[in-house]
Design a protein around this ligand. Structure first.
Ligand SMILES: [Zn+2]
Length: 350
């Protein structure tokens, strides 16, 4: 019996697609959200958390650089799934894994297809106004969901996380309401089955169809990092302007999950400096019918050139933005900022 339990635990660990397990972190208990192991301490063990291009950041809709991005396509994210969904209390969050063929993300600012890995949530201790990681200026959000994707040209999430263009994460912001959200109910009511750390539960096949309504519309995009250790700076963030409503009682169910140090009442990283990074958004006259480009080597080269243009022509950039057609490689990434080895990062002061 003991052997069988052990086998089940090992299998569960192996099949979990959670970021923490795939990124070779030695021990998931090495970070948390208390004063002893919270965000202010992460940089001691995970040097990348002190980098210059960290997430989350505050975003300003009025200040974004407008670009003619191809239409963004969400393929399969909101489908019903015969095998349903598996939710997992990872000690730091709750992740949702999708059964069957994984959804694909393409277009927008992305240069290639990205394969869905998992979705997880961030929330805060206090009320409606504070709970998301990213903040859109002058708006307040109670929670945030991250739909994590890895670049399909890499074998898996672990390998992708070693490359500057490895991950694309869709951020979905939540606003708090008095009434419970019916569409979120199948997922939220299962949370009580995974209050213990590292526990799993299954959720019915139609539990994520609500995503359909939100995965579209305007967004803000920039280049940043994972918001949890090891904080790799490998993420194209796409923060959707559509927000999801969630009842305040439903948020309480998230706060009642247990992490390593008792109840996980909060799992949000504070805002990080945007520094010299650009924030982009699709221009108003977005050509909806425009198909996303599939990356090839020639296009890669030409977009590398344009990356340098952006870097050297800062002053004239604003007038030109609307006329530029987005190239497959993210334009806010000058060559010199491409992925650097872990040891080359210096501590950011102040
Ligand atoms: Zn996250």
């Amino acid at each position: 019996m003991l052997a069988r339990t052990f086998l089940i635990v090992v299998l569960a660990k192996l099949t979990s697609a959670c970021i923490e397990e795939l990124l070779d972190r030695p021990d998931a208990s090495e970070y948390g959200y208390t004063v002893f192991n919270g965000p202010a301490t992460w940089g001691e063990k995970f040097k990348m958390c002190n980098g210059y291009r960290q997430s989350p950041v505050e975003l300003d809709k009025e200040e974004c650089h407008k670009m003619r991005f191809p239409k963004i396509n969400f393929l399969g994210h909101a489908d019903e799934r015969d095998g349903g969904f598996r939710i997992h209390n990872t000690f730091q969050s709750v992740s949702v894994e999708f059964s069957g063929e994984q959804p694909v993300l393409q277009g927008g600012p992305l240069g290639s297809n990205f394969t869905f890995s998992q979705m997880h949530f961030h929330w805060g201790r206090y009320g409606a106004t504070k709970g998301s990681e990213h903040q859109i200026k002058d708006l307040e959000h109670a929670m945030e969901a991250h739909l994590v994707h890895f670049n399909s040209k890499y074998a898996d999430l672990r390998q992708a996380a070693e490359h500057w263009d490895g991950l694309a994460i869709i951020s979905l912001l939540f606003t708090e309401t008095k009434e419970d959200s019916e569409e979120l109910s199948p997922l939220v009511r299962r949370l009580k089955r995974i209050r213990r750390g590292d526990s799993y539960a299954l959720v019915e096949s139609g539990a994520m169809t609500w995503l359909e309504k939100y995965l579209d519309g305007r967004y803000l995009t920039y280049w940043g990092s994972l918001t949890t250790p090891p904080c790799n700076e490998v993420v194209t963030w796409i923060v959707l302007e559509n927000t999801v409503e969630i009842g305040w009682r439903q948020i309480e169910h998230f706060r009642m999950l247990y992490g390593h140090e008792g109840k996980l009442e909060e799992n949000m990283r504070p805002l990080q400096p945007i520094g010299k990074r650009y924030v982009f958004c699709p221009s108003e006259e977005q050509e909806e019918e425009e198909e996303p480009e599939v990356i090839d080597e020639k296009k890669k080269e030409s977009s590398e050139e344009s990356s340098e243009e952006v870097d050297s022509e800062e002053s004239s950039e604003e007038e030109d933005d609307d006329r530029k057609l987005a190239k497959p490689r993210p334009l806010w990434l000058p060559k010199k900022q491409l992925y650097q080895p872990f040891s080359s990062y210096r501590i950011v002061s102040g």
